[in-house]
Design a protein around this ligand. Structure first.
Ligand SMILES: CC(C)(COP(=O)(O)OP(=O)(O)OC[C@H]1O[C@@H](n2cnc3c(N)ncnc32)[C@H](O)[C@@H]1OP(=O)(O)O)[C@@H](O)C(=O)NCCC(=O)NCCS
Length: 449
């Protein structure tokens, strides 16, 4: 196994004894910066049946062991279409549908159960070889899909409920749940479900950080090329309006990536499971090897309105008492309301920030009044607010953002890329106010050009 800056080309696995020599200290630094970011987060790894059958699958399981060793919680969802089609040929039994998205008749269900048992066994065997505890479960409840366009879908199911307490308990006990695309109906009988859908449902139920779909394609093929990154909005527009732009074998992943993001999973990766080191490269480098579908990080941020004044005032009162923020009366907030941006969850304002443009210094703007309600701390909201303000400032032609902070300068320098500077950077009038305040705040700046 190797955690090198691989080229993404298939290559033989290096023996474990070579590990110490293949990792350079500089590689490690690059990787380790991701470790605190992902620690304790849940990744849904969804493997197509054809990837389980591929030569690289053993390497993938080693990569999953690496993720586990870095305290990333992994749930493995697998598909079976490839094995189902193979069984159909070997046994000369025609199947009604292979991927669980169409009608499943009794004969197909029977083969699907056999294929699923076989695939789950291969995965359990491989995880065992990597000294990982794992478990197959009956945590997915399904309902028959019913009659679609006049056709009874028979044994095809849709996910009704995921027993998330059960799965969470397994994860918390360092067990990797292995989830099959044959679920159980209310009567305990088997129903075939599509594994791409299952992964999306699992991610929603567990509040996973990401889904990684491992497929036999290099990513999402759009207009004949692999698209490295696409926003969910752009992808949805395409799926609904111009589906012909998306390659046929990318369509299911595209549709389920949209579903996953719309139900709260921030990111979905689609990558080639046959590529050696692909999984680790995708997770631990800025240049992923597959396609990334991402949600709009800033969807919950909007400009403040006059009707928000009281909520902003109440929100920031505690911070004013602790001298983290300067006092602003409701009138002062109202007067400067166009400077405020707020972060809204379920119509409640839980964070705010101001952005002030100096009229006589076009290149300079200041962020201030940054506040995140304590319940929501450490979820990246503070960083999003500052990054958003910087983005808005950049669009207006600003090149330097400043911030003054007495107690949170560590946040500005360590988390949002500011550096300490001197008060001389402040425009004359601002310098005067700064000196008169006696707060002796640190002056920080970030170049955004
Ligand atoms: C500072 C503040 C906005 C951060 O909001 P947040 O949503 O928790 O921030 P994020 O989730 O984006 O970032 C969390 C990171 O910031 C770090 N951080 C938060 N406050 C910090 C501080 N005062 N000094 C150093 N680091 C700090 C956390 O330790 C965490 O670090 P990690 O990612 O290495 O674990 C929030 O703590 C707050 O509202 N504080 C009170 C008001 C205030 O001080 N505002 C700044 C006025 S200039």
């Amino acid at each position: 196994m190797s955690i090198s800056n691989g080229t993404g080309q298939s290559q033989p696995s290096a023996p474990t004894s070579a590990l110490a020599t293949t990792i350079k200290p500089t590689d490690l630094r690059g990787i380790l910066k991701y470790v605190p970011r992902f620690q304790g987060q849940i990744f849904i790894i969804a493997v197509d049946g054809s990837i389980v059958a591929d030569d690289n699958f053993g390497n993938l399981l080693v990569d999953i062991a690496v993720l586990r060793s870095l305290a990333i919680k992994v749930v493995l969802v697998h598909g079976i279409s490839h094995q189902l089609r193979e069984l159909s040929v070997v046994r000369n039994v025609p199947i009604s549908n292979s991927d669980g998205s169409g009608l499943t008749d009794a004969a197909t269900l029977d083969l699907a159960i056999r294929a699923s048992s076989r695939v789950a066994h291969i995965i359990v065997e491989g995880l065992t070889q990597n000294i990982l505890k794992c478990a197959t479960t009956n945590a997915v409840r399904a309902l028959p899909l019913g009659i679609i366009k006049g056709v009874d879908q028979q044994f095809t199911g849709k996910v009704e409920r995921i027993d998330k307490e059960f799965i969470t308990e397994l994860i918390d006990r360092q067990v990797v749940p292995v989830v099959s695309p044959v679920a159980f109906g209310p009567d305990g009988k088997s129903l075939r479900v599509n594994s791409d859908l299952l992964a999306a449902e699992m991610a929603e139920a567990l509040h996973a950080t990401k889904i990684i779909y491992l497929t036999p394609a290099s990513g999402l093929e759009i207009d004949g090329e692999i698209r490295r990154e696409i926003s969910v909005d752009a992808l949805k527009k395409m799926v609904l309006g111009e589906p012909e732009r998306i390659a046929a074998d990318s369509l299911s992943k595209a549709a389920h990536a949209i579903k996953a993001i719309e139900t709260g999973t921030p990111r979905v990766h689609i990558l080639d499971g046959r590529v050696f080191d692909g999984l680790l490269n995708e997770v631990f480098s800025n240049e992923g090897v597959g396609s990334l579908v991402y949600g709009n990080d800033y969807a919950q941020i909007r400009k403040a309105r006059k009707s928000d004044v009281r909520m902003i005032y109440n929100l920031t009162r505690a911070a004013v008492r602790r001298e983290e923020l300067i006092f602003r009366s409701q009138q002062a907030i109202e007067k400067n309301i166009e400077q405020f941006f707020v972060f809204e969850i379920d119509e409640n304002i839980i964070a705010c920030v101001t952005l002030y443009f100096y009229p006589d210094k076009q290149h300079l703007a200041e962020v201030g009044s940054l506040y995140v309600m304590p319940f929501y701390h450490n979820r990246g909201i503070g960083k999003k607010m500052v990054d958003y303000a910087c983005m808005v400032a950049k669009e207006r032609g600003t090149t330097t953002i400043i911030a003054l902070s007495t107690q949170s300068f560590g946040f500005f320098t360590n988390v949002v890329g500011f550096e300490e500077t001197t008060k001389e950077i402040l425009p004359e009038a601002r310098l005067k106010v700064y000196e008169e305040s006696g707060r002796n705040a640190k002056v920080l700046m970030r170049q955004i050009s």
